[in-house]
Write a protein that binds this ligand. Structure first.
Ligand SMILES: Cc1ncc(COP(=O)(O)O)c(C=O)c1O
Length: 374
C-alpha cells in the first residue's frame, strides 16, 4: 500500500458516503434510470457553472467528442488538428467519424502550440481541437484567431479541464462544442464512465440531444442517424453532489500545486508547471500536476520505494508513437517538443485525499533524490 497513492478511488466514495448512499436509494427507489430529472438537473447545474447555454450528459468523454464531430458534419476527407500529447480518445473520436487526426506539436506549457497548428493547416482542415490538458487551457486567443483567419471550426477536448479558465471563459465553452469526462480519476469523477458535451449553439444542441439517443427527437421520431450515448441518471445525481463541492476541490488542488511549486522550484533538474500564483491569463485547476524531470525513471523508482505513487501520462506514449495505429516515432519529424517532453514527463499525486503532510513528504522525497545524486 502506497503511503501517498496516485489515485484514491475508494476515497471518492468515502468522502460523501452517506450522501451517495442516500442518492442511490432515492434514485433507485424511484426507478429513475435513463434520461430522467436528475440528469436534467445536473445538466442545468453544469451549464450554470460553466456559463454556457447547453451542457448535455453523454456516455463518456470519447463519445462526447465523437457525437460533437458527427453533429458538426465532420467526416471523410476532413482533417482535425489535435495534440499528440492527449489520450488516444481524441484521435479515436476523429477516426470514428471517418476524418483524419493531424498532430501539431506542443508549446512550452505542453499544450497545443499555435505556431505548430499553422504549419499543419491544409485545404482539408476542418476543425482545430485542442486538449485542455491537466486542467489548463491552451492559448485560446491565438487558436481562436487562427480558426477565424482560416475559417475553421473550433472544438475542445476539455475532458481534463472542468473549471479551468482562459481569461474569463471556461474550458469547453470556446468553440462549437467542448467536452468533459467523468471517468473516476477526473476532476469530478463518477462511479464508472460518464461525460458531457457543452455548446452555446442551440441548433447544435438539438442535434446532439437526438444523436445521443439514437437520432430520436422529443416525440420519439427518428430524424437522423445516432447512437446510444446517455449519461446514466444515477451517475448524474452523484455528479450533482460532486459539482456542489467542486469549488472547494479547485481551491485544494491549487493549494497542493502551489506547495509543490514552492517546495520544488529551487531544483534545476525540474521544469515545473506555471504556479497558481503566477496570475497569468490562465486559471488552472490541476487535474494533474505534470512536469519534466531529469533522470525521470530513476526518480520514479526512488519515489515508489518511498511509497509515493507517480504516473507517466498515457503510459508514456503520445498518440503519434503508436505503431499499431500506423504511426511511429520515426515517422514524425515535426513533433520535437512532444518527443522531448515524453523523455522526461512525470505526474505527482494530486487528489482530494492528500494532506499537507503527504504533500511535504512528496516534496522532501524529491529533494532528497536530487541531493543524493549530487
Ligand atoms: C484528455 C482526454 N481526452 C479524452 C478522454 C476520454 O474520456 P473518457 O475516458 O470519459 O472517454 C480522457 C480521459 O481519460 C482524457 O484525459
Amino acid at each position: 500500500m502506497n503511503k501517498v497513492p496516485f489515485f484514491d478511488y475508494p476515497g471518492i466514495y468515502n468522502r460523501f458516503k452517506d450522501e451517495f448512499d442516500a442518492i442511490f436509494q432515492d434514485v433507485c427507489s424511484r426507478g429513475a434510470f435513463i434520461l430522467q430529472n436528475d440528469l436534467e438537473k445536473f445538466e442545468l447545474d453544469l451549464a450554470k457553472f460553466l456559463n454556457v447555454k447547453h451542457a448535455l450528459g453523454v456516455a463518456d468523454g470519447t463519445n462526447a467528442m465523437y457525437i460533437g464531430l458527427m453533429a458538426l458534419g465532420v467526416g471523410r476527407g476532413d482533417e482535425v488538428i489535435i495534440s499528440s500529447h492527449t489520450y488516444v480518445a481524441t484521435a479515436n473520436a476523429v477516426e470514428m467519424v471517418g476524418a483524419k487526426p493531424v498532430f501539431a506539436d506542443i508549446d512550452n506549457n505542453n499544450l497545443l502550440c499555435p505556431e505548430s497548428i499553422k504549419l499543419k493547416i491544409t485545404d482539408k482542415t476542418k476543425v482545430i481541437m485542442p486538449t485542455q490538458l491537466n486542467g489548463r487551457c491552451a492559448n485560446m486567443d491565438e487558436i481562436r484567431s487562427i480558426c477565424k483567419e482560416h475559417n475553421l471550426l473550433l472544438a475542445e477536448d476539455s475532458a481534463q479541464g472542468l473549471g479551468a479558465k482562459y481569461g474569463n471563459e471556461f474550458a469547453g465553452t470556446f468553440g462549437s462544442f467542448g467536452t468533459l469526462s467523468f471517468y473516476p480519476a477526473k476532476l469530478i469523477g463518477c462511479f464508472g464512465d460518464g461525460g458531457a458535451i457543452m455548446t452555446n449553439d442551440s441548433m447544435l444542441a438539438d442535434k446532439l440531444i437526438s444523436i445521443r439517443d439514437h437520432g430520436r427527437d422529443k416525440n420519439g421520431m427518428v430524424s437522423m442517424w445516432g447512437t446510444n450515448s446517455r449519461l446514466d441518471n444515477l451517475q448524474a445525481a452523484f455528479l450533482s453532489l460532486r459539482l456542489k463541492h467542486f469549488e472547494e476541490d479547485i481551491l485544494r488542488r491549487r493549494e497542493i500545486a502551489q506547495m509543490y511549486n514552492d517546495g520544488l522550484k529551487h531544483l534545476d533538474e525540474l521544469s515545473l508547471p506555471e504556479s497558481p500564483s503566477d496570475n497569468s491569463l490562465n486559471f488552472d485547476v490541476f487535474q494533474n500536476y505534470e512536469f519534466a524531470a531529469k533522470d525521470r525513471d530513476e526518480l520514479r523508482l526512488y519515489l515508489s520505494e518511498k511509497d509515493i505513487g507517480t504516473l507517466i501520462q498515457w503510459g508514456g506514449h503520445p498518440v503519434h508513437h503508436f505503431e499499431g495505429l500506423g504511426y511511429g516515432k520515426d515517422k514524425f519529424k515535426d513533433l520535437p517538443n512532444t518527443d522531448a517532453f515524453f523523455e522526461k514527463c512525470l505526474m505527482l499525486p494530486i487528489n482530494m485525499s492528500m494532506t499537507n503532510e503527504d504533500t511535504c513528504y512528496v516534496i522532501d522525497s524529491i529533494c532528497n533524490f536530487y541531493q543524493k545524486e549530487k
